[in-house]
Each structure stands twice: as C-alpha cells, then as structure tokens.
Design a protein around this ligand. Structure first.
Ligand code: ZN
Length: 216
C-alpha cells in the first residue's frame, strides 16, 4: 500500500538538508520506509543540493547551523543491536531501533485497549512512543498546545474532525491549537508512532481519565 498523506514540502527539504530536528527526522525516516514517492523526492533534493554545492567557488560552501541546534533532542545511541525481538516489534520500521528505550523492547500495557513500546526520548517533556490501539478504539477529542505527529505503522484510523483516513505509512500532522480525536478502524489493531511537542488537553471526562492513567 502506498501512503497518501506525506510530510509537507518544508519537512522533506529540511530532512534532505539536515536542518530538521532529530525527532522530526525520525518520523520522516520511518515514513520513507513506506513511501517510494517521498524517497524519490529526497533523492531529487539531494541531487539538486549536490549540484548547487558543486557550482560554488571553493571556500564558499554555505555555513550550516551549529549541530547542537539541529540535534538539541533527543540524545540517543546511534547503533544498537537486539537479539530475539518479538515479531511485532521486529516488524516496526528499522529507524526506530536506535530509539527503543528498553534492551528487550516489547509492547507493554499503557491503558485498557492501549499498549506501547516506549522510546528513549521526549519532545517538550512528552515521551515519544509507538502505540498500538485495539481495533475500534477511540482517542477522545483533545486540543493540542503543540504539534502532533502521528505516523501510522500498521492499520487504519480516521480523524474525527477532518474525516480523513490514515493508513499504513500515512502521516497526520496537526498544528498547535487544533482540536480533534481519532477513531481506530474496527477491522484491526492500529499501531502508530506518536510524537507531541506539548501537552494535549482532553475535552471530555473519558479523555481526562485516559490522560491521567496513560499520559496520552
Ligand atoms: Zn511520502
């Protein structure tokens, strides 16, 4: 299945030029494992960037921002090897492997109908996670104080406000101050890489309960 919801042009450009935050680079890298269209776009941007650099007179290469700005968070080991990964964890996109929090990563209970693989970094104080929602699970409506990136790794969900459907490889990117919920397809579990850059504010009692016990 080919994704239909992609990172926006600015994100791809920032990824190609290495000026993207590392947590956003991880989301794009995982999307690329599903998306031939964006892989082609990145290859094209690499070619254009290389050609532009080739045309610059020697010594006039553009200054890059300091790496501590690009990679302020997260700090993680770059290479880790795992033996005997459970099949459902082994099936996750390979770029995630450097970011598993546990030495023996597996899906753990987070809330009724919600399991997760914790990742080793936070963005804006919010832990990044791979979350598996049970078929038919409804994420209650909530408002974002920051951005929310949800990359569907397996399964299908529907946005309650835009009515858009996101399937395997699709990226949902919500801007701050927007309200929505997400309903998982009843036809199967849905696994997502979920990164929020600030707290979400639940707008219902069930949402407040879920946040209290699971922090989601
Ligand atoms: Zn794409």
């Amino acid at each position: 299945m080919i994704p239909t919801h992609h990172p926006d042009a600015d994100q791809l450009l920032a990824y190609a030029s290495g000026t993207i935050a590392e947590w956003a680079a991880l989301v794009v890298a995982c999307h690329l494992t599903y998306c031939p269209e964006c892989r082609e776009e990145i290859a094209l941007l690499d070619d254009v960037g290389g050609a532009l650099l080739d045309e610059l007179p020697a010594g006039e290469a553009p200054a890059l921002p300091p790496t501590e700005l690009l990679y302020a968070e997260p700090k993680v080991p770059k290479t880790r090897t795992f033996v005997n990964l459970p099949p459902d964890v082994a099936a996750l996109p390979r770029p995630l492997r450097a970011f598993f929090k546990d030495d023996a990563p597996r899906f753990r209970f987070l809330a009724p109908g919600v399991r997760h693989v914790p990742l080793s970094f936070e963005v804006g104080g919010i832990p990044a996670r791979v979350i598996r929602f049970k078929a038919g699970f409804k994420i209650p409506e909530h408002t974002h104080e920051g951005e929310e990136l949800v990359l569907v790794l397996d399964g299908e969900l529907r946005d309650t406000v835009t009515d858009e459907v996101f399937r395997t490889g699709d990226l949902s990117h919500r801007e701050p101050s927007t309200t929505h919920g997400q309903n998982m397809s009843p036809s199967g579990d849905c696994t997502c890489l979920v990164i929020s850059t600030a707290e979400v504010v639940p707008t219902s009692a069930w949402g407040r309960f879920l946040k209290a016990i699971a922090g989601v």
